[in-house]
Design a protein around this ligand. Structure first.
Ligand SMILES: [Cu+2]
Length: 103
């Protein structure tokens, strides 16, 4: 059997794509903004917010405060396993808004 055929046969034994590992996404907080402001992820992926600004912020679900990072001092990060889409904001600086879209 040629090498390519061997690879093909072996690949067929690997797990199905739908149980592939979950991904990790990062949202930077900089200059009073979430960057990127809108993030599209798959359910079960992890999103990490990192405060790279010069003041403290938080990351809070906007409509019902379903989740919050609590106060994130400069240099700190907080993570969430994405379960459903949400609009979020910084409850200290309410003009700071972001969107998480869970597919
Ligand atoms: Cu803020």
């Amino acid at each position: 059997m040629c090498l390519l055929c061997t690879v093909f046969v072996l690949n067929r034994c690997t797990p199905a794509p739908e149980i592939a590992e979950h991904k990790l996404y990062t949202v930077e907080i900089k200059e009073m903004k979430f960057q990127p402001a809108e993030l599209i992820v798959q359910k079960g992926d992890t999103v990490v917010w990192i405060n790279h600004d010069i003041v403290a912020h938080d990351v809070t679900e906007e409509s019902s405060k379903a989740w919050t990072s609590s106060l994130m001092p400069v240099g700190k990060s907080w993570s969430l396993v994405a379960e459903q889409s949400a609009d979020y904001y910084c409850s200290i600086h309410v003009v700071m808004k972001g969107k998480l879209v869970v597919k």
